[in-house]
Design a protein around this ligand. Structure first.
Ligand SMILES: Cc1cc2nc3c(=O)[nH]c(=O)nc-3n(C[C@H](O)[C@H](O)[C@H](O)COP(=O)(O)OP(=O)(O)OC[C@H]3O[C@@H](n4cnc5c(N)ncnc54)[C@H](O)[C@@H]3O)c2cc1C
Length: 435
């Protein structure tokens, strides 16, 4: 019997396995897919041309210490996100605003005050500590910004934030969930920033998946079983057994489940999870968070050409737009992405001269079902704060959604994986200790 079975090899799962091994535990890891990485998937381009990041990509060297220490340990090269140029906002078919990237669009001074007030309000709220009130958890983000006095245009801007940050509409998440997310992630501005102050600063030249592969190497290949989707977890007090779809059974003293909570309902738990845990996890959702990546020979969209091997435009196709786009046949998805780029680049002829095109729909992935972090139903963040993510018997839960820092990011997944494994090691070393 193992000390621990870890289910899933996203960032949180491999980190949990690695931390547990470092604590001296015997570990076995079960992964449904045929490779490690979860929502980090770096697809190699033609030889020497780098990788297309179909999932997570960006990191920060000073704000995300765990991921950065791996980058250094494994000698990974990074590239800075390009920040030059013009931002285009197109709230509807007939409206278009162009403004220098990183600034607020030049609305009239009176109209500029309104979005700046809203932005500053969220930043101030997100720098506070503690749990939000049940009242703020019962209203949607959209209702909340209207109550702040947002003009219709800027309520739409807030909707765009929830679309790009979470893959759903501001009518679909609570104001408390949005603010709590910002609190865990160094504040609203850090989430939105693409420079050294924010989450979208650096990318890995050889793909972020190389980190999961390297951590998996530390866990040792023989301890990791890929193509092993699990279907049932039985907790017998003295130990747990985990059954896979292909009929294998693994026994361990403890189990760490690292799949998103939205997917727990697909498993058979015996005994059943407590009703409060079922209520909260059965009602979390993952956003429609998709990528289309268009690769070109030359960066015709830049004024200055930096010689590199790989130039690409990354498009996010999220929320309601994503929901429609996801269901198109692949050639229509590609055509829609290129059509949108021609609008942005004012019919530039080179838009259609792409050398490769990729897209990825995370909602359609059986073992992901969307991104980034599972989102609570209205009111559930506060109602179930004491049970959400807490161990049940011998089963411990990890994943980026449970992280107290950088929730929704790779850093958050590492943080949660490390925390979960330390919790398990602590209990095994001192069974009478309270968590
Ligand atoms: C399009 C996109 C862009 C993103 N951009 C960024 C970014 O720029 N920066 C950043 O830091 N983060 C980004 N993220 C988020 C980041 O990818 C995630 O936060 C992180 O990878 C989550 O790790 P995890 O371990 O919590 O979950 P997951 O990666 O979802 O891991 C869960 C694992 O469980 C496995 N599994 C599922 N079901 C079963 C089963 N039945 N049996 C066994 N195994 C199972 C899955 O295959 C998977 O390996 C992005 C994500 C997406 C999708």
């Amino acid at each position: 019997m193992f000390d621990l079975v870890v289910i899933g090899t996203g960032f949180s799962g491999v980190q949990a396995a690695h931390t547990a091994k470092q604590a001296g535990l015997s570990v076995s890891v079960l992964e449904a897919r045929d490779c490690v990485g979860g929502k980090i998937w770096s697809v190699p381009l033609a030889p020497g041309r780098g990788f297309a990041e179909l999932g997570g990509a960006w990191v920060n060297d000073s704000l995300q210490p765990r991921v950065w220490s791996y980058a250094q340990k494994f000698g990974l090269k990074v590239v800075k996100q390009c920040l030059e140029g013009t931002a285009i906002m197109q709230p509807s078919e007939n409206e278009r605003f162009e403004f220098p990237f990183g600034t607020t669009p030049e609305f009239t001074p009176c109209k500029k005050k309104n979005p700046e007030f809203i932005r500053d309000h969220f930043q101030a709220q997100s720098l506070k500590n503690g749990l939000l009130s049940a009242e703020v958890d019962k209203v949607t983000l959209d209702q909340y910004v209207h109550s702040l006095g947002a003009l219709p245009k800027f309520a739409k801007m807030v909707n765009m934030w929830s679309q790009v940050m979470h893959g759903l509409e501001s009518t679909e998440e609570s104001a408390a969930w949005f603010i709590d997310y910002c609190r865990r992630n160094k504040g609203f501005l850090a989430i939105r920033a693409d420079d050294s102050t924010g989450g979208q600063y650096l990318r890995f030249q050889d793909g972020a998946q190389s980190i999961t592969r390297e951590i998996a190497r530390l866990v040792e290949k023989d301890n990791i079983h890929v193509s092993c989707p699990i279907k049932a977890i039985n907790d017998y007090d003295s130990h747990v057994t985990i059954k896979t779809r292909n009929g294998m059974i693994f026994s361990a003293k403890k189990c760490i489940l690292s799949v998103p909570s939205t997917m727990y309902k697909a498993f058979s738990f015996s005994p059943a999870l407590p009703s409060a845990v079922q209520e909260v996890t059965n009602n979390t959702v993952l956003g429609d968070y998709n990528k289309a990546i268009v690769c070109h020979d030359k960066p015709w969209w830049r004024s200055e050409v930096v010689e590199k091997d790989h130039y690409s435009l990354t498009c996010f196709v999220n929320d309601l737009h994503g929901r429609k786009w996801e269901n198109l046949p692949s050639h229509e998805r590609r055509a829609a992405a290129l059509k949108q780029l021609t609008k942005g680049f004012k019919n530039h002829p080179d838009v259609f001269k792409q050398i490769e095109y990729f897209d990825q729909i995370w909602q359609h992935e059986e073992f992901s079902r969307g991104a980034l972090a599972s989102i609570h139903a209205l009111g559930h963040l506060t109602k179930y704060a004491l049970v959400y993510g807490q161990p049940v018997g011998n089963i411990h839960f990890v994943g980026t959604e449970y992280s107290s820092e950088w929730k929704g990011y790779m850093e958050g997944a590492l943080c949660s994986g490390e925390h979960g494994a330390k919790q398990v090691a602590g209990v095994l070393q001192n069974p009478t200790a309270k968590i």
